[in-house]
Design a protein around this ligand. Structure first.
Ligand SMILES: [Zn+2]
Length: 64
């Protein structure tokens, strides 16, 4: 019985052996996941949300 893992991105079952994209099922899922990190799609655990809320109060004069 081959060892299988679940792709963290799409949940598809994928073989662990000889899978160069592990723990993902494919290049697409790997890139999508890395991209999510880069673009801030993931929140950093423990990061408080209060700061961004306070920042929203600043005037818009930087938008010249
Ligand atoms: Zn996948």
């Amino acid at each position: 019985m081959p060892m299988e893992i679940k792709c963290p991105k799409c949940g598809r079952r994928v073989r662990w052996e000889k899978n160069e994209w592990r723990p993902f099922c494919s290049e697409r899922c790997k890139m999508a996941d890395l991209g999510a990190w880069v673009t801030g799609g993931y929140r950093i655990p423990g990061e408080p949300d209060d700061e961004s809320a306070a920042g929203a109060d600043t005037p818009d004069d930087e938008n010249d």
